[in-house]
Design a protein around this ligand. Structure first.
Ligand SMILES: Nc1ncnc2c1ncn2[C@@H]1O[C@H](COP(=O)(O)OP(=O)(O)O)[C@@H](O)[C@H]1O
Ligand SMILES: [Mg+2]
Length: 286
């Protein structure tokens, strides 16, 4: 199996791609002929994905909406490797990672969850949380090994957030607000050079003002760092106004998508109308 661990290989591939001038068409993610059935052979058997195919272009910001149970989180779990697929392939930068374990994928896939408590350790300080993540690829050590240069780097990164956290390096993360914790999780998830960022309703647990703030920050971080992103959201306003591609999922399939100029013309009403159509198809009356 091809391995993404070999950074040399990736660099060679990128150079080659640049040389032939098709970097713009490079795909960061490819789901190819994915099948996934839950509880096979039982009364609860559910064929969620049947020949599911989807690609995400390099550097693109993809928003995903869809009704509950449409398969959004499962799609992200398959991508991270937290659940196995039955058949099909998942490629990252053209390399097949289908059989790669979750912890190895986490070296190049960052994820921010809905729950602000998931991305950071509450009992540790901001500095300790950042250095732990910083050391993920090296030895598993805590704060004493951090040199001044690294602390300055953390401080610079934190100041990007515009929340004053750069002056709170010694503050325990558990005392921060939900919005500050999500902002920190986002920063930590993108601090090492990842290829893909996964956001699973990462603003859903926040109050409206904090979610706007974290969303703006998200946009800033991914465009500054050029990270291919897939964001699941229930917030139709965010789905419409952020990102360059919008996908709607239903029963394990993409039932609507728009990108570029077409996406700019999609309104929240267009989306709610689509949701109503889907709901009627499912036998619900309005
Ligand atoms: N681990 C699991 N075991 C059994 N069924 C599951 C599991 N995970 C998800 N499902 C089922 O798959 C469907 C899609 O779930 P999910 O991906 O969480 O949807 P969404 O995130 O779009 O709300 C649901 O019907 C859910 O019950
Ligand atoms: Mg979900």
């Amino acid at each position: 199996m091809d391995s993404l661990d070999n950074k040399k290989d990736i660099n060679i591939e990128e150079k080659t791609d640049k040389k032939i001038g098709n970097k713009i068409n490079k795909k960061t993610v490819e789901f190819s002929h994915i099948y996934k059935t839950f509880n096979p052979g039982t009364v609860n058997e559910q064929d969620l994905f049947t020949d599911f195919n989807l690609s995400l272009k390099e550097d693109s910001f993809n928003s995903v909406v869809g009704s509950n149970g449409s398969g959004k989180t499962t799609m992200l779990n398959l991508l991270c490797g937290s659940i196995p697929i039955d058949s099909g392939d998942i490629l990252i930068d053209g390399k097949n990672i289908t059989k790669m374990k979750e912890h190895r994928r986490s070296r190049f896939i960052g994820r921010v969850y809905q729950d602000p408590a998931m991305g950071t350790c509450p009992g540790l300080t901001i500095l300790e949380n950042m250095s732990l993540s910083d050391n993920k690829e090296r030895k598993y050590t805590l704060a004493p090994g951090i040199d001044k240069k690294r602390v300055d780097y953390f401080r610079d990164e934190l100041s990007l957030l515009g929340m004053g956290l750069e002056d709170k390096l010694q503050v325990k993360v558990g005392t921060l607000s939900g919005g500050q914790r999500q902002a920190l999780s986002l920063l930590i998830a993108t601090m090492s050079p990842i290829k893909l960022l996964i956001l699973d309703e990462h603003t859903a647990a926040l109050d409206p003002k904090s979610s706007e703030l974290v969303m703006d920050l998200t946009q800033r971080v991914i465009s500054e760092k050029h990270i291919t992103t897939i964001m699941v959201t229930h917030n139709l306003k965010f789905a419409v106004s952020y990102g360059d591609r919008l996908l709607m999922m239903h029963r394990g399939d993409v039932v609507f998508e728009a990108s570029g100029e077409d996406k700019n013309n999609v309104s929240i009403k267009d989306l709610t109308d689509r949701f109503d159509e889907i709901s009627i198809e499912d036998g619900n009356t309005l």
